[in-house]
Every structure is written in structure tokens, then in C-alpha cells.
Design a binder for this molecule. Structure first.
Ligand SMILES: *Cc1c(COP(=O)(O)O)cnc(C)c1O
Ligand code: SF4
Length: 326
């Protein structure tokens, strides 16, 4: 047991070798491990690592975080800014891509580093909200009567402490046209101790309708502590949705996706988006092509009730919404 979620977070694995050894795997079997971790640092919480299967180099949780030599290969079309985030910066730390919704880059930090992340190379230093720049972002929101929803993203916004979050949310609550607060966070899954009583009380008391989009890609990411955190969030009146990324070797089978949908619903979470991989540099080995993705979705529709089938989407720079893949 840790005295706080911050202490638990600080005790994360930051050396891939240490994680592999704890799983009885030999680092020598993973060429390029250290070089890839220089490019995009390795990080995973111990409680998430504890859900990995010892001795299994293909474990779907391990594969999400393990640096591989394949990341260092260049592929045409795999870019530093694959979805045009930088073109959507309306104020430092604020992306305004879609009508009625803005996204705040609340922090650049995450509790785990997902190797397929589309913001692997995002220049957080120049585009972070930060205390000093907050006012310009709030002014942008206050000055646009069409904005109904503010999304806290990052990085992972729940890495921020309660005090900072509370101040930010209070500032948003003071803007009359803002109705909804959305948090995009992996922490309820990768560090469920972050869901503290104080956080729950704050979310429950907000005048904003709150949506939390968790990010789980595989049913094995859930355990008792995650379940308890999600149940508590629901108890605080938070609407829970999941977004996943379709990842080769991790969840690219109808069985894995069906099991994910079942597990989400068992925890009170509805599937929202299943993203085709954003083509960030270093992630090509995770890509599942569109034809196969559509075939998987057809299988999924024939297996699950419609409300457990996520929307398969691809984000394309310059479009007014995330494009459904028919
Ligand atoms: C994905 C995204 C949103 C939210 O889009 P929804 O379709 O409402 O989930 C908003 N802003 C940005 C910049 C995004 O990337
Ligand atoms: S938690 Fe989200 S932002 Fe952070 S590395 Fe994973 S996918 Fe990227």
C-alpha cells in the first residue's frame, strides 16, 4: 500500500529491463529495447504491470508499453503530427477542431506511456495549458458562444493534482455557455487509486455534466480495483465511455473486441470509439488495415448488442468530425 496515488505513481517502472525481469522475460529477446526507450521514454505503473501474464512476451498489456526496435524504422506517411493537432491550436494549450467542443492540453504527463500514442512527439513545452497561459484559453472559450463542452486531455489530465483540477473546473463553470466537462483519462484503468474521495466529491458537485472517457484496449486491463474506481465514478454521476485503438497483435480479433465490450459494460462503461491507428512516427507495426478493421466490425455486430459495438473511426486532418469507417 502507498500513502497516496502520487507516491504510487512515482514508484512506476521506468526501465523496461526491470519490468521484463519481473515478468520472467529476458531483455535480450527484445532487440532495440533501450534505443526505442530513448526515443520515447518507457513508463508503466506497477498495478497495471501486475495484470500482465508472467512469461508471455505477447501479453496484450505488455505489448502496449514495451519499446521495440520496430519503432525506430521510418515509414512513409507516419508523421510527428499525424492528425493536424498543431493546425488546430487556437490558444496555447487549447485545440479547437470541432464545433462546440474544445480540447485543453492540461498536462503533458501520463501515468503510462503507450507505444502507439499519436502524441508521442507532441511539442508539449510550447502547447501546454500551464497556469500562466490559462487565461488566454479561458478567454477563447468565454468569447465563443458556440462552445458547449470542454475536454480535458493531455497527456493525462488526472495526473494533475486535485487543487489544480478544481481551480480549472471552477474557471470553466464560470463560463455560462459551457455545459459539459469531458475528461479523457487512462488513470481509472492504469492507476485506479487516483479516483479519490475528494475527486469524486468534486465531480459530483460540479454544475457541469461530466463525461469520463477511459481508454482501455483489452479486457485484461480490468481488475477489482479498476472496477471499484469505475463504480465510484458512476456513483458520482459521471457518464463513462471508452475509447480504444485497434492495435495489431493486441486487440485485432473479434473475440478480443467482444470480450472488451462485455467487460466494459460489466463495469458500467459504454464503448464509444474504436480508432484506426493515427499514423504517428514509430507506430507502423501496430497498424491494422481498413479492410480488416471493417471485417472485424462486421463480426462484432453479429456477436454483440448494437450498444456494445463501438464506432469505428479515423481522424483526418481538416475534417469536421472523426470520420466513420463505413
Ligand atoms: C477527438 C477530439 C474531440 C472530440 O471529438 P468527439 O467526436 O466529440 O469525441 C474534440 N477536439 C479534438 C481536438 C479532438 O481531437
Ligand atoms: S495515456 Fe494517452 S496521451 Fe498518454 S501515452 Fe497513452 S495514449 Fe498517449
Amino acid at each position: 500500500m502507498y500513502p497516496s496515488w502520487q507516491a504510487e505513481l512515482a514508484d512506476s517502472f521506468t526501465q523496461p529491463r526491470t519490468l521484463l525481469q519481473s515478468l520472467a522475460l529476458d531483455p535480450a529477446d527484445f532487440p532495440g529495447l533501450d534505443a526505442a526507450a530513448l526515443d520515447f521514454p518507457f513508463r508503466v505503473t506497477r498495478c497495471y504491470a501486475a495484470r500482465m501474464e508472467p512469461g508471455n512476451p505477447d501479453d496484450p498489456l505488455l505489448r502496449q508499453v514495451l519499446p521495440l526496435g520496430a519503432e525506430l524504422r521510418e515509414y512513409p506517411g507516419f508523421l510527428a503530427d499525424p492528425v493536424g493537432d498543431l493546425a488546430a491550436v487556437a490558444a496555447p494549450g487549447l485545440l479547437h477542431k470541432y464545433r462546440g467542443r474544445v480540447l485543453l492540453i492540461a498536462t503533458g504527463a501520463c501515468a503510462i506511456h503507450c507505444r502507439y500514442c499519436f502524441r508521442r512527439e507532441f511539442p508539449y513545452e510550447d502547447n501546454l495549458l500551464g497556469r500562466s497561459r490559462e487565461q488566454a484559453a479561458l478567454d477563447h472559450i468565454a468569447g465563443d458562444a458556440s462552445i458547449r463542452e470542454v475536454i480535458l486531455s493531455g497527456g493525462d489530465p488526472l495526473v494533475l493534482g486535485d487543487e489544480r483540477l478544481e481551480r480549472l473546473v471552477a474557471a470553466l463553470e464560470a463560463i455560462p455557455q459551457v455545459r459539459r466537462l469531458r475528461l479523457h483519462s487512462r488513470l481509472p484503468v492504469v492507476l485506479p487509486s487516483r479516483v479519490t474521495g475528494a475527486l469524486l466529491r468534486h465531480l459530483a458537485d460540479s454544475r457541469l455534466r461530466t463525461v469520463l472517457v477511459i481508454h482501455a484496449n483489452h479486457a485484461r486491463e480490468f481488475d477489482g480495483a479498476v472496477g471499484a474506481a469505475l463504480l465510484a465514478l458512476r456513483g458520482a454521476g459521471v457518464t463513462l465511455l471508452n475509447q480504444a485503438v485497434l492495435l495489431r497483435g493486441i486487440n485485432d480479433s473479434a473475440d478480443a473486441l467482444a470480450e472488451l465490450g462485455e467487460t466494459l459494460f460489466a463495469h458500467g462503461v459504454l464503448p464509444y470509439y474504436l480508432h484506426l491507428l493515427d499514423r504517428a512516427r514509430g507506430t507502423a507495426h501496430f497498424e491494422v488495415d481498413e479492410a480488416r478493421a471493417m471485417a472485424l466490425l462486421r463480426e462484432l455486430r453479429a456477436t454483440l448488442p448494437g450498444y456494445l459495438v463501438p464506432k469505428l473511426v479515423r481522424e483526418i486532418e481538416g475534417e469536421a468530425f472523426k470520420r466513420p469507417v463505413a
